[in-house]
Design a protein around this ligand. Sequence first.
Ligand SMILES: C[S@@+](CC[C@H](N)C(=O)[O-])C[C@H]1O[C@@H](n2cnc3c(N)ncnc32)[C@H](O)[C@@H]1O
Length: 508
Amino acid sequence: MVAPATRKKDQYQAFHTNCNYITSYMAGLLQCNDYTTVLEPCAGEGAFIDEILNKDLSPSIKAYELNDVSLEKLYEKYNNISNVIIEKEDFLLLLPMFEKKFDRIIANPPYGAYQSPERRKQLKRDFPEIYAKETYGLFLARSMEMLNDRGKLVFIIPDTYLTLHMHEGLRKLILANYKIESVTLFSSNFFPDVNFGYAGLSVISIMNEKPDKNHKFPVYNGLKRVSDLPELLTNAKKKYEVCKLSYQRLKKNPSAAFFLPPNNRVITAINSEAPRVSDICSVVTGFYSGNDAKYLRRSASVKRGAKKYAIVDIDEICTDDLSINPPLNGITEPSHWVPIVKGGNRRFHKPSEWYMDWSKNAIHDYRVANKKRARFQNSQFYFRQGIAVPMVSSSSITGSLIDGRLFDQSIVGIFPHDKYKNFTYFLLGFFNTKVCNGLIRTINASANNSANYIKKIPIIIPSKSKLCESVHHEVERLVSLAKSGDVNEEELQKLNRYFDEIYGTKNA
Ligand SMILES: C[S@@+](CC[C@H](N)C(=O)[O-])C[C@H]1O[C@@H](n2cnc3c(N)ncnc32)[C@H](O)[C@@H]1O
């Protein structure tokens, strides 16, 4: 599990749980006694085994590990302890039907560990429903199979399984067959030497028992520091309980996602019959030249990328209104550099600062000569009016007008269907609001706004045309403000109030 953002082809992902608060909390949830059998599927240097033994318990413990350095330490440590058995074995390749089952399993599995293509193939065969790139899901799935009836496991894993689409199979497997006892959420910086920005951490406790349809489990959240964890083993845990999630509800959610409050109205909107963005707009990613160092130029005011990108010659910029007759086959005139909207979180309007070579020769390269690297995709939307939402948002989702320019592959372009063209400003406003941010972060907890997540956002168009008009006027004001500088949070208050009224999130 738990790796810094700069991961390479790391085979083992050996981040050890050297934190007593975490090991003690997890062992506390595990509740073993001298008679239980315990499995540690990926033991590292034995952080969890030590925790159990330090509690003066002597259950019989079996531990697997692959890394020779760790194995040496494990053999040395537990050589004289007869109830601890260490084996060098790839846990994921064990065949559960030939293996003994366990009363308890505790783990901090490797997360996203490198798999060779052959191994990935085999794992995909063994776990067809589980996303094979994220090793933690595989460890969890295999461990659940290795539990005795009413046996229990406690895992520390990233919280991405709660909502990410790729973990749908894992969620459905759990909801159909196992009882989640609790989920505890906390910041990844609780874990020594780790802080991954895109997700938090969670401790999940699961029992091997067929769940009845009314099963519910508590979610704990809001711990400020790692030393708060022991409170969760006492009656004080109630103050961290943010909700009880019911299996009945979760099964009905899109892709069985584990949406969390606090914003119940947001969840109501997600579960409502309201049309999705994809029902009223085309949602597409943009263009890539295949070699930006060659084909992309910057205006002199841009300092970012100064070494890589040349400055565009002002006389060679195409200043025509390209939306009238989009030049999809290239431009013959010398002024063949067209403005392109790139990533970067700026609201409502982005000045033209980047230019793409749109000469006939360049187009030939994008479409033919360098077609493997370039992405001349969704070209029917180039040079149109639409909304640009950067694929990755720094803190909050933002949208700006494309205004008849090209848009690059780091942008999701949102183009209202003909019937909804008049709502372009309404939608532009929406993509800059708190309620839109709440919706997309509920659909997908990470900072990723990929087209597939944007498509799922529910769009409520108010029946009161006066409210629509008010939004439209306010967005016009914000667009012209954005043309003279960045729009700050203060300026968004009125727009946020309108959309809170529309989505009923006023007091949420
Ligand atoms: C994130 S570390 C955690 C170690 C230990 N459980 C802890 O919390 O300190 C994951 C461990 O899993 C081991 N590992 C990786 N893939 C494995 C596999 N397929 N089978 C068994 N162990 C594996 C790694 O070598 C590493 O020591």
